[in-house]
Ligand binder design. Structure first.
Ligand SMILES: *[C@@H]1O[C@H](CO)[C@@H](O)[C@H](O)[C@H]1NC(C)=O
Ligand SMILES: *[C@@H]1O[C@H](CO)[C@@H](O)[C@H](O)[C@H]1NC(C)=O
Length: 474
């Protein structure tokens, strides 16, 4: 790992075990780290724990019994054997309730497309741009073999998936070794107690600028009610700024010390114009994500109000909105009832906080409509920062609604926690060796040769230090 220290203007390099060396060790368990096996509730784990304790006590009793007191031993053995058998029975009946496994094989390749009218190199997954939609249910075990056929190392990150107990599969260079060209890696993860609309995208290089991203929908288990009527259908809208130059061109641009240029357009699901069709009178869920690199957008549908029901996997207080700001990386879900006269309506996303405004116009088509879109494209906020802040403040958790579990989530009493340490962070952008480097409290980050999570997991010393960053900016 190398850290550039802005105070001393020196590069601290601490190379230990690099990814390539990890891979050379055939006995090294990196590709097969223990997969955390959860089931729907923790009593299962507790039973295994009880079982384990009984096996331990039985063994020790057996040994000590032979040596010390055969008479007592027999009685104790019988008791413990009974508990052991009960334990095995209850445990095996629980194992049957294990959450379903879903298997995927995804191949990443280059392709050519002309989303903005000029042919450009894009990144495909199984031949698709955007990549395949990952439709799963809370607690599904996902086994996803990702084959990298690009000419560069590649990783996908699962944005918003908590990766509980297996954060080394989060798919960023700080946690995973990149997948080298022409090789593969099998992600194993579980959206444990999660619901909602999420996305995945490449975390390496500027690959996200070329595609390789897609939607993740985590549906609630059938026995867990969602706090709204089940919609007639749902649409994923992957909306983002887009550049005509490919990922390598953009990387060269940044490496030459310039900042990211202004985007050339906005794409919705890989196209400049998409049509969403529904039946009059029905309610549909629109899962909207900002897949862009740099630009926030405002989203609105002509003549229709949106009921915000879910934000980043949390059920929220259900307010109505005419338009909503979505910032880079964010995902929101709204319900829209097709309660207007049968016609086609504009679906608009326009850039926020930009001098020049890019607008993408798609279509909401009523299945009984004979009338194309008409009228002015509905206007949205452009530079109003305060408006955006005010709107963000209206998005609140619904603390009485369940999420992925029947009981309301979260039992922290934040007000009663005494702060022990206050950390003040300040960001900056500097030109270092001719390249723009962003920093937090004067320290910039360079991808480690040894992913930090692996260093942590395998106790590899010297890869990172907990004291690199000052607690407050200088
Ligand atoms: C690579 O893919 C093959 C099947 O194509 C699979 O058997 C193997 O386990 C995968 N390797 C990794 C590291 O995921
Ligand atoms: C919160 O969720 C509950 C349960 O679904 C619902 O009854 C209630 O109306 C919601 N509250 C708000 C303010 O949206």
């Amino acid at each position: 790992m190398a850290i550039f220290n802005y105070q001393t203007k020196s590069m601290i390099t601490r190379n230990r075990v690099k990814c390539a060396e990890f891979r050379k060790l055939s006995s090294f368990p990196f590709w097969d780290l223990p997969f955390p096996s959860y089931t729907s509730d923790n009593s299962h784990l507790f039973f295994h724990f009880v079982l384990f304790i009984h096996i331990l006590t039985n063994c020790s009793l057996f040994i000590s019994g032979i040596l010390v007191d055969p008479g007592e031993m027999e009685k104790k053995m019988l008791l413990h054997l009974t508990i052991l058998i009960l334990g095995i029975l209850s445990s095996s009946s629980m194992v049957k309730a294990e959450d379903p496994y879903k298997y995927f094989t995804w191949t990443v390749t280059y392709g050519t497309a002309s989303p903005l009218g000029v042919p450009q190199q894009i990144i495909l997954i199984n031949g698709q741009f955007p990549g395949p939609k990952l439709d799963v249910v809370t607690n599904d075990n996902i086994i996803l073999n990702l084959i990298n056929n690009l000419d560069q190392p590649f990783l996908l990150t699962w944005n918003g998936i908590k990766q509980r107990k297996n954060s080394w599969q989060d798919g960023v260079l700080g946690t995973n070794c990149p997948i080298p060209p022409n090789s593969n890696f099998t992600y194993k993860f579980q959206p444990k107690d999660q619901i909602g609309g999420y996305t995945y995208f490449p975390s390496t290089g500027m690959h996200k600028a070329a595609g390789g991203f897609g939607a993740i929908n985590v549906y609630a288990r059938p026995r867990i009610p969602v706090p709204y009527a089940i919609p007639a259908g749902d649409f994923n809208l992957l909306i983002g700024d887009w550049y005509k130059s490919n990922h390598k061109g953009l990387q060269q641009y940044l490496d030459s010390g310039r900042s990211l240029p202004f985007p050339d357009g906005i794409l919705v699901n890989g196209q400049t114009r998409t049509t969403f069709s529904g039946d009059q009178g029905q309610t549909y869920m629109f899962r909207i994500s900002n897949m862009g690199l740099s630009t926030s957008f405002n989203f609105r549908i002509q003549g229709h109000k949106m009921k915000l029901v879910e934000v980043e996997g949390s059920n929220v207080v259900q307010n109505m909105y005419d338009s909503l700001d979505v910032h880079v990386g964010q995902s929101i879900s709204v319900l829209v009832t097709l309660d207007q006269t049968p016609k086609d309506y504009y679906v608009v996303a326009s850039t926020r906080f930009t001098r020049k405004i890019l607008t993408s116009v798609s279509v909401l088509h009523y299945s009984n409509s004979q009338t194309p879109v008409s009228g002015p494209i509905p206007a949205g906020p452009t530079y109003q920062v305060h408006w955006s802040m005010q709107q963000a403040r209206t998005i609140r958790w619904n603390l009485t609604s369940n999420a992925a579990r029947p009981n309301p989530q979260g039992s922290f009493h934040y007000g009663t926690i005494t702060p022990t340490r206050t950390i003040v962070l300040s960001n900056s952008a500097n030109l270092i060796n001719g390249k723009i480097r962003y920093a937090v409290n004067g320290v910039s980050y360079i991808n480690a040769d040894t992913p930090l999570k692996l260093a942590d997991y395998f106790n590899i010393p010297g890869v990172y230090s907990m004291n690199t960053i000052q607690m407050s900016p200088k």
